[in-house]
Design a binder for this molecule. Structure first.
Ligand code: NAP
Length: 341
């Protein structure tokens, strides 16, 4: 079989390999034929955990700076604290770091990258690269070409965010609550670090902690989207909701543009946007969209409130394009530019 990538095989490390995003990173690196010579997997080391890569089982090890610094490329998929402790030092030492945590996303010197939109922010000097929050990625990617062609004035989002967005432990919490509900017909909520209400048979307008009435997710959507599009003037208003869906975030989006459009023109732009699949016949659901690399856009309609406003429905796998796939695509861009030689 012909090799997809011509580069030499690389020493790669995945921090958080035993987590949800880490697991998908390994899967996608293998599936997309990323040239890995040696893979090192790290986690807390609290329990022995094995992960599978190219038919081999690897044991995750506790983090060690000495081991990380021997890598060419490090994927961070663990916590803000871990990224803060290791990524800047490694980047200064010349190691390429792709970070899925939120730690550096809003730092001026750190590019916040969705390759289909702004890979050009990456240079030989930017050794630390952030991937955006998963909901932001869905909205930014889906609406990017519309923004380029018609300009964006205002954006409104209502999100329907899956449990896996809060990590592996949140899924375990959901399963425990579901079992209790099916056995006893009720859920006795106990305080936990994932959610402030039961998530089984429920939903709530809270994703992350509150600051002045807005949740962390709502603030991230606002700030990160403006940074990615380099459009600080856009007005953005979101309500982010956690729903009892295992995987895939959905968004109802209202877009008010600067320029006039005809609905057929919007369709054409969506049909040509890289990374999305537009349909004017069928709508997307989480089950249909999971483990898919594309972002689904449908239910395009005029809003009937403002003549320059339309609305769409967006579905995106938060663990794929919302995290792991985006990071792998950043790494592929580094390969293409020969930054990893
Ligand atoms: N889930 C999503 O949809 C999504 C989307 C975008 C970005 N992200 C970001 O991606 C990162 C990972 O999220 P996730 O959903 O995969 O979380 P997760 O399922 O909870 O996995 C966390 C991983 O990090 C490891 N870890 C935690 N603390 C560590 C420490 N002190 N030292 C070393 N390893 C440590 C865990 O190891 P153990 O197995 O030993 O516990 C596990 O492998 C987070 O920063 C998150 O904000 C997630």
């Amino acid at each position: 079989m012909m090799k997809k990538f011509r580069n030499n095989e690389l020493k790669v490390a995945v921090v958080g390999a035993s987590g949800l995003v880490g697991g998908e990173l390994l899967h996608l690196l293998e599936k997309r034929g990323f040239p890995v010579e040696e893979l090192k997997c790290f986690n807390t080391g609290r329990k022995i955990k094995k992960v599978k890569f190219k038919k081999k089982y690897l044991t995750c090890r506790p983090l060690s700076f000495a081991e990380l610094i021997n890598s060419k490329l490090v994927f961070f998929a663990s916590t803000d604290e871990v990224s803060a402790k290791y990524a800047p030092k490694l980047a200064t030492a010349g190691i390429w770091c792709i970070d899925d945590s939120s730690k550096f996303r809003m730092e001026k010197k750190v590019p916040l990258v969705i390759p289909e939109i702004n890979a050009d922010r990456i240079s030989q000097k930017t050794r630390l690269i952030s991937g955006p929050n998963c909901t932001t990625t869905a909205a930014a990617l889906a609406l990017w070409q519309i923004h380029r062609k018609f300009g964006t004035k205002e954006l409104r989002f209502a999100t329907y965010q899956s449990i896996s967005g809060a990590g592996r432990g949140a899924i375990a919490q959901f399963e425990k609550e579901m079992k209790e509900y099916l056995k006893k017909g009720k859920i006795s909520y106990r305080k936990n670090k994932y959610f402030s209400h039961p998530i089984a048979m429920n939903l709530f307008p809270q994703v992350g902690d509150f600051t002045n009435g807005a949740t962390r997710e709502e603030i991230k959507m606002n700030l990160e989207l403006k940074k990615i599009w380099d459009a600080p003037y856009i007005k953005i208003s979101s309500t982010c909701v956690r729903v009892p869906v295992l995987r895939v975030h959905s968004i109802a989006a209202w877009i008010q543009t600067e320029k006039k459009w005809h609905i057929e023109e919007l369709k054409k732009v969506f049909q040509k946007t890289e990374g999305i699949k537009f349909s004017d016949r069928e709508y997307s659901t989480p089950l249909m969209s999971q483990k898919r690399e594309l972002t689904y856009v449908n239910r395009l309609q005029k809003s009937h409130i403002n003549e320059r406003e339309f609305k769409v429905w967006i579905s995106m796998d938060n663990l794929y394009k919302g995290a792991a796939l985006n990071s792998v695509q950043i790494a592929e861009y580094l390969l293409k530019k020969r930054y990893l030689d």
